[in-house]
Design a protein around this ligand. Structure first.
Ligand code: JCH
Length: 226
């Protein structure tokens, strides 16, 4: 899986990409990432890529020319142009079903804006897949791009230590229930005991208890999932 990230702030990604799970996946050549600074496609001597909105209003808009030219240059790298994704509050809402769809494609270009977003002609020309990570406004696309990378690499075989765990997650297509509660040592903490059944060694009974907990939690917290 290859990600090309197009952004005005590539340094936002360096700490995240150096994180151990992802770092190992990059070392093992399961994941490849490349950062591209959109400002390098500015033709302005001060490196500006934004301008005031036609029609007036607050804030600035990212200009079409540097963005479109940056995307086209990055598409020329590598063997396939890749799937172009624009992070935007007006896109298709991200959910696990969409994540599972996206991992079927081996290369993605993640286009991150700033200011009040892009000149409409970026979308008109490049026809990107427009994705929102949720109904709230961020200051730019970078956090959304990291959410996309993070949710997708979990599904790349070999990236997680344990192949099963991503399939058993809440929201994976085989599982429509919330996770059951988990416990680890010690058996007692601040007078709170681990449920007796988890210490019983009765694997069938444990599986039934967990299923019941998942159902109750989903009913109470996320009845929209049922
Ligand atoms: C973004 C902004 C006010 C945009 C600029 C680029 C994505 N799910 C999600 N929430 N927010 C984003 C997102 C993605 C890219 C950009 N901004 C800031 C601010 C806007 O209109 C009122 C639009 C936000």
């Amino acid at each position: 899986m290859r990600f090309d990230v197009l952004t005005l702030f590539p340094e936002i990604f360096t700490s995240y990409l150096g994180q151990s799970l992802l770092h190992k996946a990059i070392e093992n050549e399961l994941v490849e990432t490349a950062l591209h600074d959109i400002r390098q496609w500015s033709d302005d001597k001060h490196g500006r890529v934004d301008d005031r909105p036609f029609g007036g209003g607050p804030g600035m808009v990212m200009q079409a020319k540097p963005v479109v030219e940056c995307v086209e240059a990055v598409q020329q790298l590598g063997d396939a142009p890749g799937n172009l994704i624009m992070l935007t509050p007006t896109g298709r809402k991200l959910d696990q079903r969409l994540v599972e769809e996206l991992v079927q494609t081996p290369r993605h270009l993640l286009l991150c804006g700033r200011y009040e977003g892009f000149d409409q002609r970026v979308s008109d020309i490049l026809k990107p897949m427009e994705i929102s990570i949720g109904d709230y406004i961020l200051n730019g696309g970078e956090v959304g791009a990291m959410v996309l990378i993070d949710s997708m690499i979990r599904l790349v075989p070999g990236v997680l230590g344990d192949e099963q765990s991503s399939q058993e997650d809440s929201f994976s297509s085989g599982n429509r229930l919330l996770e059951f509660p988990q416990y680890t040592r010690p058996r007692e903490f601040r007078n709170l005991e681990v449920p007796e059944i988890l210490l019983s060694g009765d694997h069938q009974a444990i599986a039934r208890w967990r299923e019941q907990q998942s159902l109750e939690r989903t009913q109470e917290r996320r009845s929209d999932l049922l």
